[in-house]
Design a protein around this ligand. Structure first.
Ligand code: UGA
Length: 497
């Protein structure tokens, strides 16, 4: 099928390459000529495991092109809208300006068709009510039908999530009278649906709400465990014990129960705020009042890391602090609303000499925080530090050998902001370790077989990050972790990978 994807940011670029992978003839459009040139040349504008290969395959097979011109996409059967909907500068609501501009530009070139419809398929995250408004405009053109088909991909797993989603949601004007457009979108997604992925058809508003509710639920789950983390700090309990036991209840589930410095990125934070604003606009602000607390808990964790640094160092002015991680999560170079970078900025504002390292996100980080000192090499970044903060749990940081790291720093002090290090092992190697939600006393002997805190990622550990060349390889492996019957203070950090 002939497909266009309008807006080739993170979501749109991955979707365009994914649709080409499914065998369609795809044109990606963006107003950003530089991005279009980059994609045309087969260069990914962001770090996303597996995306480069998918992009190049699409280009090499001649199934994928990019353009800045709406005329080039006018004849497509299906137009996906992949525009960003960031937080408005003047409040919590979503900024829909690029979405509306794209719909105007598309409407100006769409030919009237009889026979099979032209589909416009919204994928952007929008407040409920947006699709119905856009449909009023677009469906005035003969043969044009609008569907809302929210996207649930996660950064770091975007290609897999596009080609093998958990579910596919179609929002339509009237679920009883949308057979033609449903069949057409089914044809686009045929290889996915044939694989057994559930497809749910519902009204526009329900589809819009599914997306924001999903992100709000995930954010709530994270803030819930982080609130418990505050209780753990007050009582001496270890939040990783609580979260592990909670997660074994099938009704709760273990995913998104990782305590730490909280959620960031281009989606969860702005989506919960837009959701609050949208509920208020609808006159039901009270319903989502709790999301303000979810946001506040999340912000507090960032402040708490800075307090911990003060507790360990005293006044921060002039102290040398190394932050491990800049991206909002591992396997991404995205620094939007990154907890790690916000903590780094707060430490800088307090007068500390901060060095930030990250395997992929340093370029973006420098563009984000003025005057940020960045160092590529982990060992180099650790050298001379009086305090180390682990704030993005890249595998190379989880697998750091505490004895090797202790040789590099000026003083072996670390804050584990993601609760992924094994306090016993690090303390045995001479480190003063503090961790969000974890007591300062060493773990009680025999209480845990797994010695590190919590899974470092929501999913099976990503295999794509090779160990850093200068770092000792993770020789111990999952098998070693599983077979460790009790604590062994002499053992280096057990690899979670
Ligand atoms: C999120 C959703 O997970 C996707 O389903 C959704 O499609 C996407 O937003 C979107 O709206 O586009 P993403 O922003 O890639 O995906 O990141 P997540 O994996 O959700 O992680 C968000 C943040 O939560 C990260 O900073 C991560 O470190 C943090 N997190 C995650 C925790 O602090 N604890 C956890 O247990 C899990």
């Amino acid at each position: 099928m002939k497909i266009s994807v309008i807006g080739v940011g993170y979501l749109g670029a991955v979707h365009a390459a994914g649709m080409a992978e499914l065998g369609h003839d795809v044109v990606g459009l963006d107003v950003d000529a530089r991005r279009v040139r980059q994609l045309e040349a087969g260069r990914a504008p962001f770090h996303e495991p597996g995306f480069d290969e998918t992009l190049r395959r699409g280009l090499d097979l001649g199934r994928l092109r990019f353009t800045t011109e709406y005329e080039d996409i006018a004849g497509a059967d299906v137009h996906f809208l992949g525009l960003g909907t960031p937080q408005r500068a003047d409040g919590f609501g979503a900024d829909l300006a690029s979405l509306h501009a794209a719909v105007d530009a598309l409407a100006a070139v769409l030919p009237a068709r009889d026979g099979s419809p032209t589909l416009v398929v919204g994928k952007s995250t929008v407040p409920a009510g947006t699709a119905r408004g856009l449909a009023e405009r677009l469906e005035r053109i003969e043969g044009v039908r609008l569907l809302w088909n929210p996207e649930f991909l996660r950064e770091g797993f975007a290609v897999g999530d596009t080609l093998e989603p958990d579910r596919v949601v179609y929002g339509v004007r009237d679920p009883e009278a949308a057979d033609a457009e449903i069949r057409m979108l089914d044809t686009v997604y045929a290889p996915i649906l044939d694989g057994g992925t559930p497809r749910l058809v519902m009204g526009y508003e329900a589809a819009e709400l599914v997306k924001v509710s999903a992100n709000a639920f995930l954010a709530t789950k994270i803030s819930f465990i982080n609130a418990i983390s505050e209780l753990c700090e007050a009582t001496g309990a270890d939040v990783t014990d609580v979260s592990r036991a909670l997660g074994m209840d099938d009704r709760i589930g273990s995913r998104f129960l990782r305590a730490g410095v909280g959620f960031g990125g281009g989606c969860l934070p702005k989506d919960i705020r837009a959701f609050i604003a949208s509920a208020e606009d609808l006159g039901v602000g009270q319903s989502l009042g709790f999301l303000r607390e979810v946001d506040a808990i999340n912000q507090r964790r960032r402040v708490r890391v800075v307090e911990l640094a003060r507790e360990m160092l005293g006044p921060l002015r002039g102290r040398r602090i190394t932050v491990l991680g800049a991206a909002f999560k591992p396997d991404s170079d995205d620094v939007r609303d990154s907890p790690a970078l916000e903590v780094a900025s707060r430490l800088m504002a307090a007068g500390a000499h901060v060095t930030v390292t990250d395997p992929e996100a340093l370029k973006n980080a420098r563009g984000h925080v003025e005057g940020l000192v960045t160092v590529e090499d982990t060992a180099e970044a650790l050298r001379g530090a009086e305090l180390v903060l682990l704030l993005t749990e890249w595998r190379r940081y989880r697998d750091l050998d505490p004895s090797v790291a202790a040789e590099l720093v000026a003083a072996p002090r670390i804050i584990d902001g993601r609760a992924v290090l094994d306090p016993r092992t690090w303390r045995a190697a001479g480190w003063e370790l503090r961790a969000l939600g974890r007591p300062d006393a060493p773990a009680r002997a025999g209480t845990q077989v797994e010695t590190a805190g919590q899974p470092a990622a929501d999913e099976p550990p990503a295999a794509h990050e090779p160990p850093a060349a200068h770092e000792p390889p993770a020789a111990h492996g999952r098998a070693a972790a599983a077979s460790t019957a009790g604590p062994d203070p002499a053992a280096p950090l057990l690899s979670r990978g």
